[in-house]
Ligand binder design. Structure first.
Ligand SMILES: CC(C)(COP(=O)(O)OP(=O)(O)OC[C@H]1O[C@@H](n2cnc3c(N)ncnc32)[C@H](O)[C@@H]1O)[C@@H](O)C(=O)NCCC(=O)NCCS
Ligand SMILES: Nc1ncnc2c1ncn2[C@@H]1O[C@H](COP(=O)(O)OP(=O)(O)OP(=O)(O)O)[C@@H](O)[C@H]1O
Length: 199
C-alpha cells in the first residue's frame, strides 16, 4: 500500500541527512526548503513582494535575493520574520500540495514531504504519518554552528524560532534518533522503511 510521510525535525537535527537516504532509495521527496528557495527567485511568485517588503539592500548584483542577508534580517527580528512568513508561507504550502498531489496521481507507493516547519504551520494534515529526526539540543547547537558558521548566539536564536525538538519528538508517529553516527541513523532508517512500505 504505502503512505505519504512527513519528514520533519528542528533546524540542523538531520532532516536533509535522512531525506538523502530516502532519495537514494528513489523515493520521491517534496522539499519545502527547495520550494522556499524557488518561489523567491527573480520572476517567481513571491519575489516582488519580498523585495518590496525588505528593500533593495537584500539584492545581489544579479538581482537575485541574497539569502544570507535575508536570513540575518529575519532570524533576529520577530516582526520581520512574521512579515516574510506571511508572504512566502501560503505560496510554499500551495506548491507543496500541488507537488504531493501530482506524485499521488503518478501512483508512487511512498511519498515524502520534507517540511522543517510541519508542526509550526500545522501541516500534519497533509500527510498520513510524521517522522521526526531527533537530536539533543546540544548536538543541534553544535552541528548548526559548524554547518552554517554561526556564533552560539546566532545559532541559538535560530533554534528558538521553532518549536523545540523535544516537543516535536513527543508529537511524532516515528522517531529517528540522529545522535549517533550516520551509520546508526541509516540502520534505523532501513527499519522504518520496512514499516512504511507495509502500511
Ligand atoms: C530566510 C531564508 C532566506 C534563509 O535562507 P538560508 O539559505 O540561509 O536557509 P534555508 O532556507 O536553507 O533554511 C535553513 C533552515 O532554517 C529554518 N527556517 C527557514 N525559514 C524559517 C522560518 N521562517 N522560521 C523558522 N525557521 C526557519 C528551517 O529549519 C530550514 O531548514 C530562508 O530560510 C527562507 O526563505 N525562509 C522563509 C521560508 C520558510 O519558512 N522556509 C522553511 C520551509 S517551510
Ligand atoms: N549523525 C550525525 N553525526 C554527525 N553530524 C551529523 C549527523 N547527522 C547530520 N550531521 C551534520 O549536522 C548538520 C545538520 O544536518 P542536516 O543538514 O541534515 O540538518 P537539517 O535538519 O536538514 O537542517 P535544516 O533544518 O537547516 O535544513 C550537517 O552539517 C550534517 O552533516
Amino acid at each position: 500500500m504505502g503512505a505519504i510521510v512527513g519528514l520533519t525535525g528542528s533546524i540542523a537535527t538531520g532532516k536533509s541527512t535522512v531525506a538523502a537516504l530516502f532519495a537514494r532509495e528513489e523515493i520521491p521527496i517534496v522539499d519545502a526548503d527547495l520550494i522556499a528557495r524557488q518561489v523567491i527567485e527573480p520572476g517567481q511568485r513571491a519575489y516582488d513582494q519580498v523585495v518590496q517588503a525588505f528593500g533593495h539592500e537584500i539584492l545581489a548584483h544579479d538581482q537575485s535575493i541574497n539569502r544570507v542577508k535575508l536570513g540575518q534580517m529575519i532570524f533576529n527580528d520577530q516582526k520581520k520574520r512574521a512579515q516574510l512568513n506571511q508572504i512566502v508561507h501560503p505560496v510554499i504550502i500551495e506548491q507543496l500540495i500541488e507537488d504531493r498531489d501530482r506524485l499521488i496521481k503518478a501512483g508512487h507507493p511512498l511519498i515524502v514531504l520534507d517540511i522543517p516547519l510541519l508542526y509550526e504551520l500545522d501541516l500534519a494534515k497533509l500527510v498520513d504519518r510524521v517522522v521526526v529526526v531527533y537530536s539533543t539540543t546540544e548536538n543541534q547547537l553544535i552541528r548548526l554552528m559548524a554547518r552554517d558558521q554561526l556564533s552560539e548566539r546566532e545559532a541559538q536564536q535560530r533554534i528558538d524560532t521553532q518549536i523545540s525538538i523535544d516537543e516535536k519528538k513527543q508529537r511524532a508517529d516515528y522517531i529517528i534518533d540522529n545522535n549517533g553516527t550516520k551509520q546508526q541513523t541509516e540502520t534505523q532508517f532501513h527499519q522504518l522503511l520496512e514499516i512504511l512500505f507495509s502500511m
